[in-house]
Design a protein around this ligand. Sequence first.
Ligand code: CAA
Length: 257
Amino acid sequence: MTYTTVIVEQHDAVTLVRLNRPQALNALNSEVLGELIQLFAAYDADASQRCLVLTGSEKAFAAGADIKEMQPKDFSAMYVENFFAGWERVTNTRKPWIAAVAGYALGGGCELAMMSDFILAADTAKFGQPEIKLGVAPGMGGSQRLTRAVGKAKAMEMCLTGRMMDAAEAERASLVSRVVPAAELVDEALKVAAQIAAMPPLAALACKEMVNAAFETGLQQGVVFERRLFHALNATADKVEGMTAFVDKRPGNWTGR
Ligand code: CAA
């Protein structure tokens, strides 16, 4: 498949995707969304690919939804198009993916990063929801995912003032899993992705489903959901292989069955 707004490379079982609209600091317009929808669907469908890394440039992961595209649209245009609804395809990706963020992750850029399974940040990363300064508010899930990630006080302050959070604060606030030097970001993300790609794939799918369920259910229900998936994994060939390999003191050889 050929894309015009993203660059896609395969590194063994890891897909590396670079947002590539440097003239607009990777602003997310409908074309980018359309291509991300296609490529996440292709990633989910490709059994040879087991983890994906989404990154931007040194200056910007993405500086938001495309303001120039949104500027002429009134309420009815947005409502009829159900503007932004397509992002659900990205959040519905079943296989693991990581956002590797350097530079600006603002508005829709911060929201896209938060759609990932976790964010690895460069020490140059800056996160923010500055939509209020444009007379609007977050529209791609920022008010919900940021609040779940960092709590009400910081999320509210960021949405109401539009101030940016730097990488160190983002790590303290648990918005990102780790901060690494900018020059090492992509290599480090590929290394973590390769570790995930080397895991038994059904167990990886299950881990992702379980952790995400924590945001949708009460504790008791969530624990039961986890336990049922745990029980189900015991029916897989990879469980037999994993536990046998442990007992035999050798690495597991996964079939994804
Ligand atoms: N949409 C469209 N174009 C954008 C853009 C965006 N979100 N962000 C930057 N650009 C464009 C600029 O218009 C500029 O293009 P021109 O050269 O044609 O003028 C180019 O990218 C470079 O940007 P700057 O010259 O502004 O770069 P800078 O280094 O001076 O500033 C910045 C960087 C602080 C990130 C600044 O670009 C900025 O504030 N961008 C907008 C950030 C923003 O408000 N994001 C939220 C968007 S709304 C949203 O995302 C809604 C939602 O909830 C989903």
